[in-house]
Design a protein around this ligand. Sequence first.
Ligand SMILES: Cc1cc2nc3c(=O)[nH]c(=O)nc-3n(C[C@H](O)[C@H](O)[C@H](O)COP(=O)(O)OP(=O)(O)OC[C@H]3O[C@@H](n4cnc5c(N)ncnc54)[C@H](O)[C@@H]3O)c2cc1C
Length: 304
Amino acid sequence: MDPLLYLGALEVLFLVWIKGKGLEYVIMHQRWIFVCIFLLPSSVISDVRAWIIFKMCSATSESEIFRTAKLRVECFHISNIFQVVRVEPLANMGQVTALLNSIGWTLPVLPELDDLTVGGLVMGTGIESSSHIYGLFQHICAAFELVLADGSLDRCTEKENSDLFYAVLWSCGTLGFLVAADIRIIPAQKWVKLCYEPVCGLDAICEKFAEESANKENQFVEGLQYSQDEAVIMTGTMTDHAETDKTNCIVAVEYIPLRHYYHRHTRSIFWELQNFKHFFLLLLYSFYFSGLNEYPIIHPFYLF
Ligand SMILES: Cc1cc2nc3c(=O)[nH]c(=O)nc-3n(C[C@H](O)[C@H](O)[C@H](O)COP(=O)(O)OP(=O)(O)OC[C@H]3O[C@@H](n4cnc5c(N)ncnc54)[C@H](O)[C@@H]3O)c2cc1C
């Protein structure tokens, strides 16, 4: 039989099955179908799009600069205490970790979603599980270069043009166009040793979280709350040595490669659904108008 007929027959069976089970049941209990058919392909398309943008380099080549497309990073020593990278605003967190971690460095505050850009994190804000030590993304920035409304290129730091330096943060692009940011970096290690501790009771959860955050030996502190009274508090430290029987296996303690830890939430379905929402609504409406859906027209909105 013609492969197209097979596909058509499969599609009809699929729709009849959805009709029989009810759309709500399928979405709640058979989420893998939507993940495999829609989310994973849309995720690949998004990666291809990012790769194309990454390749459309506008920066000029300079021998002493590590540069990959839109991401241009200069490493230079400022003092004995910390170092700084200069980054273009369109560089995103995925590109920053790909480059910096491979040469043994990292940002002290690295917001975990791959697509968040330096420009957006400076002009908006960013936070991460290391913020109990280093503060917000803005607190690791040492200097900005902006093109202002009069066309001038201005550099600002805590001491030079300090009014502008402090006004830029959270300004959402209203003061000028950010063209470069100097950001502090710290040495990176290969693994994150992550300890999981379940805690019960809201007071105990808050107490535990505050206690672990106050302990500056924890380089990373994060809590996942499952209900009002159940949470897991995760504390992590970077290390170069992993116990082989505890790599990437979720027990009380596990070792995760540093870059995997940083981007642990990137592909979670919760965020992916945001990208997918419009397409999904379209699909639901096509069901509705084709008479396959018995739900009232307002119903799809309750899903999001
Ligand atoms: C689904 C989702 C998940 C998130 N998760 C996290 C998280 O895990 N951790 C975290 O810290 N934050 C998180 N955030 C918040 C996020 O960090 C901020 O919203 C951030 O500002 C978004 O960065 P962006 O690169 O997407 O910037 P955009 O949304 O593109 O831009 C943010 C603002 O900055 C301005 N801007 C951007 N670039 C420039 C430039 N070069 N010059 C001038 N202005 C500029 C834009 O005009 C806009 O007003 C999340 C947000 C969403 C929507």
